[in-house]
Design a protein around this ligand. Structure first.
Ligand SMILES: C[S@@+](CC[C@H](N)C(=O)[O-])C[C@H]1O[C@@H](n2cnc3c(N)ncnc32)[C@H](O)[C@@H]1O
Length: 322
């Protein structure tokens, strides 16, 4: 957990990691950056706007599932659960979950985006005044030390909505699910939102909306590099592109260079060919059985599932296998 005194140090560490990863990612033969860097304060705000776009079905579909099945989910999880959430965002789904659960013991939201996390923690503390809420600013891909609250709880529940698991290649997804299994401990549970394969047109529209909000979210990464790492990207020389890779069952987001150009970051030069891209995000669409097999490798056994009528999105509850 980052205490008040540690925030500045952590911010400096984070900015050194950002620089190192950007230099590495832009220097690679196929340029790529982790999607976690999309989420500075502006990126988090733009993600919230994406969720409101008519084309972006995942948020609406998952919220509807959580609303419709709130009682069954609460029953299956049981009372007195301590809930932790990797990548809490605005916590809008968490509000639904916490309102449905019986006597939740505490809520530990983890996020890499400090301002968004602080707002979420405040909003949830106001909404549930008796709930213990302890926000943790951290990158969950490099390990998270959750605070030891020394509170009695019946079980620990990892809540991982938003199809965030889809941002990870299968081996990374297994490591992350394993980390959650360790953190949940014996008797622990995982409630995860999984986006399912569907027609290509629907997927492409969801990741390249007509109002250009997803494009602004993607391009904000270049603005962030300019701001925080002394970059000189000219945003007008790049465009956002979404592509469906049927073989890997994933949507990819790319920033494509309109022309041959030279860009600098912290004084280091990076050449772009016309049409060359930076791969900024993947979003895997999992067949339910394939996802269960992945979760099983990480130590999770399927308990219950809830899926919408179109079979576009699935909320899945797992228990620790041992
Ligand atoms: C796709 S959004 C989902 C937000 C929310 N869970 C929802 O369902 O609406 C991903 C969230 O995870 C956070 N995030 C992404 N990568 C992260 C990382 N490596 N460590 C911590 N938080 C991360 C982002 O800041 C963002 O809030």
């Amino acid at each position: 957990m980052i205490g008040a005194g540690g925030v500045e140090l952590e911010a400096r560490g984070e900015s050194a990691r950002f620089l190192a990863e950007v230099l590495d990612g832009l220097g690679a033969p196929r340029k790529a950056l982790s999607p976690k860097w999309l989420y500075d304060a502006r990126g988090s705000a733009l993600y919230e706007l994406i969720c409101q776009q008519p084309e972006y079905y995942p948020t609406r579909t998952e919220l509807a599932l959580l609303d419709l099945h709130a009682d069954e989910i609460a029953e299956a999880v049981g009372p007195d659960a301590l809930v932790f959430e990797y990548g809490a965002g605005s916590g809008r789904k968490t509000v639904r979950l916490l309102a449905a659960l019986r006597r939740p013991a505490a809520y530990l939201p983890v996020d890499i985006s400090p301002d968004a996390l602080a707002q979420t923690a405040q909003a949830l503390s106001r909404r549930f005044p008796r709930l213990v809420v302890r926000p943790v600013v951290a990158d969950f891909t490099v390990g998270v030390a959750l605070p030891d609250l020394d509170l009695p709880c019946a079980r620990r529940l990892a809540f991982f909505p938003g199809s965030t698991i889809g941002n990870f290649d299968p081996p990374e997804a297994v490591s992350l699910l394993r980390r959650m299994a360790r953190e949940a401990g014996p008797g622990g549970a995982l409630l995860v939102g999984v986006d399912l394969p569907k027609d290509e047109g629907t997927l492409l529209r969801a990741y390249d909306d007509a109002h250009g909000v997803t494009a602004a979210f993607d391009l904000n990464l270049l603005a962030r590099i300019n701001r925080e790492l002394a970059g000189d990207f000219m945003l007008s020389r790049f465009r956002h592109r979404a592509a469906w890779d049927a073989r890997l069952s994933r949507i990819e987001m790319h920033l494509e260079s309109h022309e041959a150009q030279l860009v600098h970051v912290a004084g280091a030069p990076f050449a772009f060919r016309a049409g060359e891209t930076i791969h900024t995000e993947s979003s895997y669409k999992w067949e339910p059985r394939a996802f269960d097999a992945l979760a099983a490798i990480a130590g999770w056994r399927l308990d219950r599932t809830w899926t919408d009528e179109r079979a576009w999105f699935s909320v899945r509850l797992y228990g620790r296998a041992s």
